[in-house]
Design a binder for this molecule. Structure first.
Ligand code: MN
Length: 197
């Protein structure tokens, strides 16, 4: 069964001025679309064809074309899902309590997450994961993610793409400004939904 590029839940320009429309268009319609089609090409007619994306990330880990394109497919699906033009602010309820219990405060969480994203050398992702009943922050290289073997582990409920293709047109080398802009777009209700899954 082929994987499908999910519909973006907002228009390309909806996340302005934090994420610019041109970057969103290229990121979604070129980068994410390419990961999706390459993943479908590489699994077609193989033993991997009918696995779920989560199963592929584990069972295809040693095959670079599956690891890279499967990770790229999954990671961007998550990324679009947890952004919103009405995002930003701080979480409420259960998620707020879990962040406070895990990091002491929202401010501490934001600082630690931002630091993980800023210091990921080269291309990769920063993650907030549920692990053993607590939240943890980590980062991974390339299109790896916490569900893969030998990565940081846990279930990712929030992810930030720090590849240059995610920010270079608007922010050039100013990755910390892009990270700050990301926090203006986080849809905490969607993050809470992932926590419930
Ligand atoms: Mn990307």
């Amino acid at each position: 069964m082929a994987f499908e590029l999910p519909q973006l839940p907002y228009s390309y320009d909806a996340l302005e001025p934090n994420f610019d429309a041109r970057t969103m268009e290229i990121h979604y319609s070129k980068h994410h679309a390419a990961y999706t089609s390459k993943l479908n090409d590489v699994i077609k007619g193989t033993e991997y064809e009918n696995l779920s994306i989560e199963e592929l990330l584990v069972k295809g880990y040693d095959i670079p074309a599956i690891r890279n394109n499967g990770g790229g497919y999954y990671n961007h699906c998550l990324f679009w899902e947890i952004l919103s033009p009405e995002g930003g602010g701080e979480p409420e309820g259960e998620l707020k309590d879990l962040i406070n219990n895990s990091f002491g405060s929202f401010e501490n969480f934001k600082n630690e997450f931002s630091n993980a994203a800023a210091t990921r050398f080269g291309s990769g992702w920063a993650w907030l994961c549920l692990k053993d009943g607590k939240l943890e922050i980590c980062s991974t290289p390339n299109q790896d993610n916490p569900l893969m073997p030998n990565e940081c582990g846990g279930y990712p409920i929030l992810g930030l793409d720090v590849w240059e293709h995610a920010y270079y047109l608007k922010y050039q080398n100013r990755r910390p400004e892009f990270i700050e802009a990301f926090f203006n777009l986080i849809n905490w209700n969607k993050v809470q939904e992932r926590l419930n899954n």
